[in-house]
Write a protein that binds this ligand. Structure first.
Ligand code: 0X9
Ligand code: ZN
Length: 309
């Protein structure tokens, strides 16, 4: 089925059905793989998009969405990126010439489903904790790189930034880790889609130090921010997570850079919408994703220019 990404928000199973439909429409260019299961046994799927030339060793741009359940614009944005690369291939060919795109629209499938059925502003996973009153762990504090600092994460299961009992004790975190490690050595750009706040966040989150090649990552963020302000006066703040937002410990971008050897790692906080920022009106999806695509595309172009394959 064709999916009207601009016209509605979709459930995890609707998104999976859409991903599963793509290889039939794009047999040489779209490949779907299940990388594992959520805690509640939902299949976690990943789409690889290529230009169909059959090369299998290209550098990879890895995009994820919905690490946090309530951030509904993030799966929409992942789906919009997919449609730009597949249905609008003629305009985006250069993005796939020497690079493959690997896209996982929904990491936190159980939490996302829960925001559709029970509690719209739920953030974490749905695996019980050792506190019977509090369910769920923050996937973005559960990665095993500089995990467990009290600055930037919490050991209290009732907190929004609960890190889990041990690193990777959430199956969803394991799946995203395995996806990163599967492409280790070829990860040119890791992009994690979140909302909200209009930020392009770079590692590190766990320390006030700057990583090697911080300036190269900044040139990518700079290209994205400039393209967006030029397109629609959207203002993005960009820089190190630690300074621009707040300290984080055990998040996916730090893991991508610190362990999976990503060349560039960026957490993109998409714009706010709706009542509480996480819940844009359906009528605003189009404006939000088209603007954000301008930024993502400009960053991809800069990655490609800066790190020619
Ligand atoms: O706190 C988070 O996990 C992210 N913000 S959110 O409001 N979507 O929850 C920011 C994480 C940023 N971390 C790195 N870029 N390292
Ligand atoms: Zn988030």
């Amino acid at each position: 089925p064709h999916l009207d990404v601009l016209g509605a928000f979709y459930t995890h199973s609707e998104i999976n059905d859409y991903l599963d439909s793509l290889p039939a429409r794009f047999p040489k260019r779209a490949f779907v793989k299940q990388f594992g299961w959520s805690y509640e046994r939902r299949p976690l799927k990943v789409l690889t998009i290529t230009n169909g030339d059959g090369r299998r060793d290209k550098p990879v741009i890895l995009v994820d969405g919905t690490v946090h359940a309530r951030e509904w614009i993030s799966p929409s944005m992942a789906l919009y990126i997919i449609q730009q690369l597949l249905d609008n291939y003629s305009e985006n060919q250069e993005l796939l010439e020497d690079y493959d795109w690997v896209i996982m629209p929904v990491v936190n499938a159980d939490g996302y489903e829960f925001t559709h059925t029970d509690s719209r502003y739920f953030r974490k996973t749905r695996k019980p904790t050792n506190d019977p009153d509090c369910v769920g762990t923050d996937i973005n504090r559960n990665f095993g790189y500089e995990w467990g600092h009290d600055e930037g994460s919490s050991g209290d299961p009732c907190e929004a930034i609960y890190r889990g009992e041990t690193p990777f004790d959430q199956p969803e975190t394991q799946v995203l880790r395995d996806l990163m490690l599967h492409h280790k050595g070829r990860l040119i750009w890791y992009l994690s889609l979140h909302s909200y706040g209009n930020y392009l966040l770079l590692p590190w989150g766990h320390t006030s130090e700057f990583p090697e090649h911080y300036q190269d990552m900044m040139s990518v963020a700079d290209a994205g921010a400039k393209a967006i302000v030029f397109h629609s006066n959207g203002i993005y703040t960009y820089g190190s997570t630690y300074y621009v937002l707040y300290p984080t410990s055990g998040d996916s971008a730090d893991y991508a850079l610190g362990v999976a050897n990503a060349t560039v790692a960026i957490t993109m906080e998409l714009p706010a919408g709706g009542f509480l920022g996480f819940d844009p009106w359906v009528s605003h999806i189009e404006g939000l994703v088209t603007e954000s695509w301008v930024g993502v595309r400009a960053m991809a172009v800069e990655v490609i220019r800066h790190y020619p394959a």
